[in-house]
Design a protein around this ligand. Structure first.
Ligand code: BDP
Length: 696
């Protein structure tokens, strides 16, 4: 298997009792509807039943015991007479029910929704029950998404490359759009719909104005047409300077009436081509991108101008809060909050401000972004990175579900205990009528979509957590592993163990104890704590000296802790209560500081780096036990990448520790495997491959 089919493989469940009971329950189906989402749902069900159970979708119009009934009150008017009808009416626009019910005296399984897209989501859920061998008796499932906008933010360039993409090129084939509708687009849409993702920003936040030109809009409309039945809306990034670059104006000042008119006309044109266009995502005044500040205006002025023209069509603006200029920062951690907090309440009602999960930049571990809990009067959309820019690219097995969950379950204490980031996001639905979450995907033209087969789990987990940000990442991993590999425990338990340990292993061998931003300047993979140039110096992030390491971000330091509510603030502020995983993020700590474990900081740091490598070796061992239990192609693919990961883990460990040692002057205990190369070697090589000797 190449992995192309993702978690929608629908391989035969076998001829056991369970499959037989599934067949009994799926022998006949009442499922009217031949267009749009209903047709897509039916097609999926047909593929699922045939693949999993080896049976055809047998449609009928008469009610029988044990049959499956699927639809909305419009497609199945009989629903209106049922006791459960009020429950259907009570569903949200995308919700669904799956239940065993009596209808006209027959015991049937019902998949019902108020809308066609709800039906599609229900069908995917129903298939998942069988893919993961759940009982189909006593079903009483009622699902409504907890967040309204669940959006992938592709960083795809119009020339086909993907910024920070490690799985080949962009899957959008702009040359052949809008006419040629590749099967891949449909499969992408199916995968998204199966987890409830309902939006896709097609292009990079480092935008090109020409994506808003008519010829490109026509192409984008081709994708929108394919995605529509799957409930996915198309969004575009909007380069703030577009009125100047492609509009022939000499300014992009948001206060200029001509500029406002240009955007109004542009938006009108977009909706004439894409009637359900989602809206704009904007990166402004950050890393060299243009923005309203170029004209002395605020982020709110810029966002509101776009929001105003989108509003009549129901479109929205995602305005990113990832802001910093390409110059040396006093402390990059505090920028986003300082720039956006004063603007709370100043945005129009169809604007989301979108911070990343943490205050720096998608590091292997960051405390939650203090804007969550800090902007009660502005809907926030949280941006996760699914592509592993700082987590080993597509070469390392790192299950990100645990990272996502860690952020979502962090307690901001905005309104006392229990104000988790997840609850903050959900609350905007109640208070502002909208709520959102975004993920920068890891998808590309690689045969298996994500480069590393296990990268698929991160796409999957993002979608499931977007639907329910309080879901358990462990349970999501289990569903994914069952659908991707097998329901056999002998396969599942090692796979799940690998997944559950993988993110902490990565943190251990790269940036433990709150270290961050010490990766290779250029690629963001591999160690470079020694990088030091006038614009970007790793020394700002670790501040290493002969005595200590870490950044003082307490009230007496850069003050980053002050951006958090009490008692989070006190917890981070006090070195004794600061969780060890954030220690060097918030504190400057002497090498001989006694850690809670009794070890000195130096010994503890060494211990984490070695543990990380050992954990990768354990992952290899667990995986090798699966030989013969997983198809050869996927087994070998993962085995080979784990070998590569081991090499890179050693590279990180030895490169970092040798560098730190130059300052601490302390030994790597003799009973540990000693670094094979000198620090000079690690400083010289761009990759840890067989270049032995060359640089020594
Ligand atoms: C950084 C990436 C850069 C992105 C930027 C962003 O290295 O490629 O453009 O974030 O999110 O992490 O805008």
């Amino acid at each position: 298997e190449s992995g192309y089919e993702l978690w929608l493989r629908y391989k035969p469940l076998g001829n056991n009792e369970l499959s037989e009971s599934y067949r009994q329950r799926n022998r006949k189906v009442l499922f009217p509807g031949e267009t749009g989402s209903l047709a897509a749902a039916k097609k999926e069900l047909r593929a699922g039943l045939s693949g999993l159970l080896g049976i055809d979708l047998a449609e009928t119009e008469t009610l029988e015991d044990n049959m499956l009934i699927i639809g909305t009150p419009q497609s199945i008017p009989l629903f209106r007479k049922q006791a459960f009808y009020p429950e259907i009416e009570g569903l949200s626009d995308e919700g669904y029910l799956i239940q065993n019910s009596k209808m006209e005296g027959k015991m049937v399984t019902v998949i019902a929704a108020r809308t066609d897209i709800g039906v599609l989501y229900g069908v995917f859920h129903y298939l998942r029950l069988m893919q993961t061998t759940q009982p189909l008796e006593q079903l009483a499932i009622k699902e409504n998404p907890k967040l309204r906008y669940r959006v992938l933010n592709h960083w795809d360039n119009l020339n086909g490359t993907v910024e920070r993409g490690y799985a080949g090129y962009s899957i959008w084939n702009w040359e052949r759009l809008p006419f040629y509708k590749e099967q891949r687009y449909i499969d992408y849409a199916r995968a998204n719909a199966s987890v409830g993702i309902n939006g896709a920003v097609l292009n990079n936040v480092n935008a090109q104005a020409k994506s808003l030109r008519t010829d490109w809009l026509v192409k984008a409309s081709g994708l929108a047409d394919v995605f529509r039945p799957y409930g996915i809306k198309v969004y575009l990034t909007a380069k703030f300077s577009a009125p100047r670059e492609i509009g022939g104006l000499d300014t992009a000042n948001p206060k200029d009436p001509q500029v406002q008119k240009w955007w109004k006309d542009k938006v009108e044109e977009i909706y004439s081509l894409i009637p359900d266009f989602g809206g704009f995502l904007v990166k402004a005044n950050s890393e060299g991108q243009p923005g309203p500040q170029d004209y002395g205006c605020s982020h709110a002025d810029g966002a509101n101008m776009l929001a105003e023209v989108l509003e009549p069509y129901g479109g929205i603006v995602f305005w990113r809060a990832f802001v910093y200029q390409n110059e040396r920062q006093v402390d990059r951690v505090i920028n986003g909050y300082n720039e956006f907090k004063p603007l709370d309440g100043k945005f129009r009602k169809n604007v989301f401000v979108q911070p990343k999960n943490g205050p720096i930049d998608f590091q292997p571990r960051e405390p939650f972004h203090p804007l969550f809990g800090g902007m009660p009067d502005t809907p926030l959309s949280l941006e996760f990175q699914i592509t592993q820019e700082n987590l080993g690219h597509a070469g390392h097995l790192v299950y990100l579900g645990t990272l996502f969950e860690e952020t979502l379950q962090s307690d901001t204490y905005e309104n006392g205990k229990g104000s988790t980031v997840s609850k903050v996001l959900q609350n905007y639905q109640k208070t502002h009528g909208i709520s959102a979450i975004a993920g920068v995907p890891n998808i590309g033209t690689d045969l298996n979509w994500t480069g590393h087969l296990f990268g698929q789990a991160n796409w999957y987990a993002f979608g499931r957590l977007a639907w329910n940000p309080d879901a358990s990442s462990a349970e999501i991993a289990e569903d994914w592993a069952k659908m991707t590999f097998s329901n056999e425990d002998s396969v599942l338990s090692p796979v799940l163990r690998i997944m559950q340990m993988s993110r902490e292993a990565y943190v251990n061998y790269t940036m433990p104890l709150g270290l961050n931003h010490i990766m290779n300047y250029d690629t963001h993979n591999g160690p470079e704590p020694w990088h030091d140039d006038p614009v970007w110096t790793a020394f700002d992030y670790h501040k290493i000296t002969e005595d200590s390491i870490g950044v003082n971000r307490t009230a007496g330091g850069t003050g980053a802790v002050l951006q958090y509510h009490s008692p989070v603030y006190e917890k981070f502020e006090n070195i004794k209560t600061c969780p060890p995983e954030y220690l060097l993020w918030f504190h400057r700590v002497p090498w001989d500081y006694k850690m809670p474990s009794g070890k000195t900081l130096w010994d503890e740091l060494v211990c984490h780096y070695y543990k990380g490598v050992d954990e990768v070796r354990l992952m290899q061992k667990l995986w090798s036990g699966l030989k013969g239990k997983i198809d050869r192609e996927r087994f070998d693919h993962v085995a080979s990448l784990l070998e590569y990961q081991e090499q890179e883990a050693i590279w990180w460990r030895d490169g970092c520790l040798l560098f730190f040692q130059e300052y601490s002057g302390l030994p790597i205990p003799a009973d540990l495997e000693q670094p094979e190369h000198s620090l000079k070697y690690y400083k010289t090589i761009p990759f840890p491959h067989d270049w032995k000797g060359l640089y020594e």
